[in-house]
Design a protein around this ligand. Structure first.
Ligand code: ATP
Ligand code: MG
Length: 408
């Protein structure tokens, strides 16, 4: 069973019991664009307590918001199909710029009006194969216009995260922003700072990974949104060059969020990068990735003439592919190609061979553990990687000659 079939079954089940049930929001938009929706959301006039009774397996996600997750059959990958079923509602006032303080269960039209943008505000009845459009979403979608539903200023005032959502949908679908909507965004941009860093990060990840990232960031700078999220970048001396690299990385495809973020932050000192990423509450894995990329951004330059001991440790790093992509698309094509060729023609133990000498060896040879250990091991390792030492015997001889015999 596909996600789509299951989402149709859920609607059928609700309809059989006399409820109105419709696909809602992003899945309707995606389908009208001829795209495969990521997931399906169902909106219904059944109350959450009624939804829970109609399906054997449910999880109440946000009972006060009327959201119930209906769990479906297991798929081949072990996960279960699932559809979020939300009761039609209109949102009360927003107090914290984040979520409405109250919700009122209502009808399909009211539920459309609480949504953010017209292209996200449509319903689809899979049983009748009909679109229900209370907000002019179909027309805006075919004209590729991003337009806030209702009064744009009020809508961005209610939830400032919509500023970033607007950017994301605009560029993902190649839209232009309706003049009233862009005016409201310009006015509201300085207030993005009331949104939690976690919610900002969720949007940033999607905006930066997508091939349209450069145009999106350019617009975010124009509106002053990047200035709110990453004030450390301003004044931004190399804006055009940065946008150019953002545009080129991935060569038309998606890239990891980490690579795009590293490009955006490349001019900051690595220490400040880490501090900033912690403030944004990114994951440790993301922080490691981004700081490594920023720190190493120029380390493949002149790769062909670098000693092995300098180049090889970089080539075995988990994010080398992204570093190659960055180098390739920022003027280092021959360096990146050289590294890619090396990587393609050797396995990792070529770059990271078993050490000729370990601390245990030194101890067995009578050397006393201490500062000198690291110095010996590092030097022997470099020479091993540079193919100046080939065997443990050779290394031992070298150590004796250079560092002298063990102190008795
Ligand atoms: P995506 O494909 O990126 O998931 P989506 O449109 O499905 O896009 P979601 O964040 O999954 O976006 O939200 C589902 C729907 O809920 C949206 O289409 C929109 O109608 C509504 N929605 C979500 N977030 C908001 C918000 N902050 N304000 C108003 N409506 C929202
Ligand atoms: Mg969605």
């Amino acid at each position: 069973m596909t996600e789509r079939e299951f989402a149709t079954d859920v609607v059928k089940r609700l309809a059989t019991k006399g409820y109105q049930a419709l696909w809602a929001g992003g899945c309707v938009r995606d389908q009208l664009l001829g795209l495969e929706p990521d997931d399906y959301d169902v909106a219904t006039n059944a109350l959450p307590t009624e939804v829970v009774k109609l399906f054997p397996r449910t999880v109440t996600v946000g009972i006060s918001f009327g959201v119930v997750e209906v769990i479906g059959p297991k798929q081949s990958d072990g996960t279960h199909l699932n559809v979020q079923v939300a009761t039609f509602r209109s949102d009360g006032e927003y107090h914290d710029g984040r979520r409405p303080s109250t919700v009122q269960f209502s009808d399909a039209k009211e539920d459309a009006l609480r949504r953010d943008f017209t292209i996200n505000g449509m319903f689809f009845d899979p049983l009748e194969n009909a679109v229900l459009d209370f907000v002019g979403g179909q027309q805006d979608l075919s004209n590729r216009v991003l337009r806030a539903i209702g009064n744009p200023e009020d809508r961005f005032e209610e939830d400032k995260l919509r500023l970033l959502r607007a950017i994301r949908f605009t560029h993902r679908f190649g839209c232009s922003v309706d003049p009233g909507t862009i005016a409201a965004m310009t006015k509201m941009a300085p207030h993005l700072n009331v949104v939690s860093t976690e919610r900002i990060a969720v949007e940033l990840r999607k905006i930066l990974a997508h091939p349209s990232r450069a145009a999106a960031v350019a617009q975010m700078i124009e509106l002053g949104l990047v200035q709110v999220i990453i004030p450390q970048l301003f004044p931004m001396k190399d804006r055009d060059a940065t946008l150019q690299v953002l545009q080129t990385i991935g060569r038309g495809a998606s890239v990891s969020f980490g690579l795009a973020m590293a490009v955006l932050l490349h001019a900051l000192h690595p220490k400040n990068v880490e501090k900033l990423l912690r403030q944004l509450k990114l994951s440790n894995a993301e922080i490691d990735q981004i700081t490594w990329l920023v720190t190493r951004q120029d380390s493949l330059r002149g790769a062909a003439t670098q000693p092995n001991h300098q180049l090889f440790p970089i080539l075995v790093h988990p994010h080398i592919v992204e570093l190659c992509e960055w180098t390739l698309t920022s003027g280092g094509a021959s360096d990146a190609e050289y590294c890619e060729e090396l990587l393609a023609s050797h396995t990792s133990d070529f770059f990271q061979p078993v050490p000729l000498v370990t601390g245990d060896d030194l101890r067995a040879w009578g050397y006393q553990p201490g500062k000198i250990f690291k110095k010996i091991l590092d030097q022997v390792r470099d020479m091993q990687l540079d193919w100046q030492l080939q065997t443990t015997d050779e290394a031992k001889e070298y150590i004796l000659a250079t560092f002298g015999p063990p102190q008795k």
